[in-house]
Design a protein around this ligand. Structure first.
Ligand code: 76R
Length: 269
């Protein structure tokens, strides 16, 4: 394939976390701050022409950061430009980056093909070739292209609460995910998916891969109708063998979706 920093399929995805430097802000004039806010709002406008395909601002809970900017685009430099514009803007000196995570959208190798989906139905007791079997396989075949488009070029769901955390699959002697045969990993991920599906309509998840790109192997972004569901889903999934035995988690960042304007107001800037 041709050399390119754009992906052959899917998008780059970055999560940026920032905190305001109150000492620096207190030294700025109100005119400077006002102009800084105006520019920050323009830089973080998801509808602006130069903006990445997806841009979401959220207000962070706790003191790990003040706000989060999540960005997705085919071109990683379009994503990074938002970060550079922010710190080069009039408020930039008073905006301290506290965390970032670089990843890619992907179709996991455990998303069943139509054939694998049929095998799973048989495994669950469905009779191959029966009317019910055919109906389910056809429905899946119809949904799959849409679901794969959502995995590679995700729409952000209209949910107010968000949680991000990075994770690894364990590589320890006797408990090494990467030495398990594909069939065993696939079975564990099928159980994982079953358990996750119980949160349909409450939680929407985006798993982005960061193997080779950042300090953890995957980024987990969860959006929920209500923050209670964030805790519920993470708790429940801890009992799935894929997580109970093999998952290791990094720091958790909880935030609430907002516009840049609402975020500034919330932060009393
Ligand atoms: O994409 C799909 O829906 C297909 C099934 C599926 C796959 C392949 C799926 C479903 N996941 C898949 C892959 Mn998941 N997921 C996590 C976490 O906190 C934890 O315990 C782990 C973090 C959550 C909360 C979650 C939720 N999943 C993966 C992978 C990639 C593995 C690889 O490729 O090697 C990881 C790291 C991972 C982690 N997952 C679901 C959910 C939910 C809610 C679902 C059901 C989605 C639905 O409604 O269909």
């Amino acid at each position: 394939p041709e050399p390119s920093i754009n992906l052959h399929e899917g998008w780059h995805c970055s999560h940026f976390y920032y905190a305001f430097d109150r000492a620096l802000l207190s030294g700025m004039s109100s005119e400077e701050i006002e102009e800084g806010c105006r520019q920050l709002i323009a830089i973080l406008d998801p509808e602006a022409e130069a903006s990445p395909k997806r841009l979401q601002v959220s207000i962070v809970s706790g003191h790990k950061a003040d706000f989060c900017v999540m960005l997705m685009d085919p071109n990683p430099l379009v994503i990074d430009t938002v970060h550079q514009k922010l710190i080069a803007s009039p408020l930039g000196a008073a905006i301290t980056p506290t965390y970032s995570f670089v990843s890619l959208t992907e179709i996991s190798e455990y998303v069943p093909s139509i054939e694998q989906y049929g095998d799973r139905l048989v495994h669950e007791g469905e009779e191959r070739g029966s009317e019910a079997f055919e109906a389910k396989v056809n429905a899946y075949a119809k949904r799959l292209p849409m679901m794969n488009a959502q995995r590679l070029t995700p729409d952000i769901p209209p949910y107010p609460a968000m949680c991000f955390y990075p994770m690894n699959k364990k590589r320890e002697v006797g408990e090494n995910w990467f030495t398990l045969p594909f069939s065993a990993r696939n079975a564990l991920m099928a159980e994982h998916a079953q358990s996750g599906m119980q949160f349909a309509g409450k939680v929407s998840q985006l798993i982005t891969v960061s193997v080779g790109l950042d300090d953890w192997e995957w980024g987990v972004t969860l959006w929920a109708r209500n923050p209670q569901y964030l805790s519920n889903i993470v708790y429940q999934m801890r009992f799935d063998e894929a997580s109970a035995r093999y998952a290791e988690f990094g720091p958790f960042y909880t935030s609430y979706v907002s516009t840049a304007e609402e975020m500034l107001k919330h932060c009393r800037i």
